[in-house]
Write a protein of this length. Structure first.
Length: 227
C-alpha cells in the first residue's frame, strides 16, 4: 500500500489530499525458468522474493541469473549485467540502498558507477506505471521486463513506506538485509542469533580453560623455582 498526496496547498483552489492505494511491481512476459539456489523458479516468484534471491545468488554463477523476463536481450541499457564484477557491484549497491535512507543514496557515487546510482535514485526510473481501476479499489501497477529494474522498484517502494532494514550482526551471514521489526533485533533469524550465542559461549569456555592452564603453569613454575 502507498500513500500519495500533496504536503501543502500551493493555491487557494487546492487543498491537501492524501490517498492510499495498493501498488504492484511485476515482471511481464516471464521467460525461461532458471532454478534459484533455493530451487524456486524465478518466474514464479514475486519481485520481493526475486530480490532476496538476487542478494544470495553466487557471483560465480552470475550468467545463470535471468536479467530480463523476455528470453532475449537486445539492447545494452544500464540494467544489463555484462560480467561478474558488474553483478557484484549491483549486489553491493542495492544492499547499501536497502540499509541506508534514500537521502544518502547519491553519496554512493564515489563507490559505485554513477549510472547505477542515478538509476537507483530516480523514482521508478524508465518504468511503465499504470493506474488501473478494474473494480471497486484502484491500484497502481509498475511493470518491467528487467529483473534489476524490478528489484530497484521494490526497494523504492519499501523506502517510500518507511521500512527500515539492517544487515545481520553475524559477521559471516550471507542472508540479504532484513526488515527491522524491533530496534533491539540485530540478527536476521533465530538460527543466526543461536549460532552467535554458541560461538560466544565456546569462546568464553576456551578462554576459561586457557586461564586455568596459565594459572597451573605459573603454579608449577613457582614450585620449580622454590626447589
Amino acid at each position: 500500500m502507498l500513500s500519495i498526496g500533496n504536503a501543502s496547498a500551493s493555491s487557494p483552489l487546492m487543498s491537501p489530499k492524501r490517498i492510499t492505494i495498493p501498488v504492484s511491481v511485476e515482471l511481464v512476459e516471464p521467460g525461461i525458468g532458471v532454478a534459484a539456489p533455493n530451487e524456486l523458479l524465478l518466474h514464479d516468484v514475486d519481485p520481493w522474493k526475486l530480490r532476496d534471491n538476487f542478494f544470495i545468488w553466487p557471483a560465480d554463477n552470475w550468467k545463470s541469473f535471468p536479467q530480463k523476463s523476455a528470453t532475449e536481450i537486445r539492447d545494452m541499457g544500464p540494467f544489463v549485467i555484462r560480467h561478474k564484477d558488474d553483478f557484484l557491484e549491483w549486489q553491493k549497491l542495492l544492499t547499501q540502498a536497502l540499509v541506508r535512507p534514500p537521502r544518502e543514496w547519491q553519496t554512493l557515487e564515489p563507490e559505485f558507477k554513477p549510472i547505477k546510482v542515478r538509476s537507483l535514485c530516480r523514482l521508478f526510473y524508465s518504468q511503465p506505471i499504470q493506474f488501473e481501476w478494474n473494480g471497486q479499489i484502484p491500484f497502481l501497477r509498475i511493470s518491467t521486463t528487467w529483473t534489476i529494474q524490478a528489484i530497484i522498484a521494490t526497494i523504492q517502494m519499501d523506502k517510500l513506506q518507511g521500512a527500515p532494514f539492517k544487515l545481520c550482526a553475524r559477521h559471516d551471514c550471507n542472508n540479504p538485509p532484513f526488515k527491522v521489526e524491533s530496534r533491539q533485533k540485530i540478527y536476521c533469524s533465530n538460527d543466526c542469533a543461536h549460532l552467535v550465542a554458541v560461538r560466544n559461549q565456546r569462546a568464553r569456555d576456551a578462554e576459561g580453560k586457557n586461564t586455568k592452564k596459565r594459572a597451573a603453569n605459573k603454579k608449577r613454575e613457582k614450585k620449580r623455582m622454590q626447589r
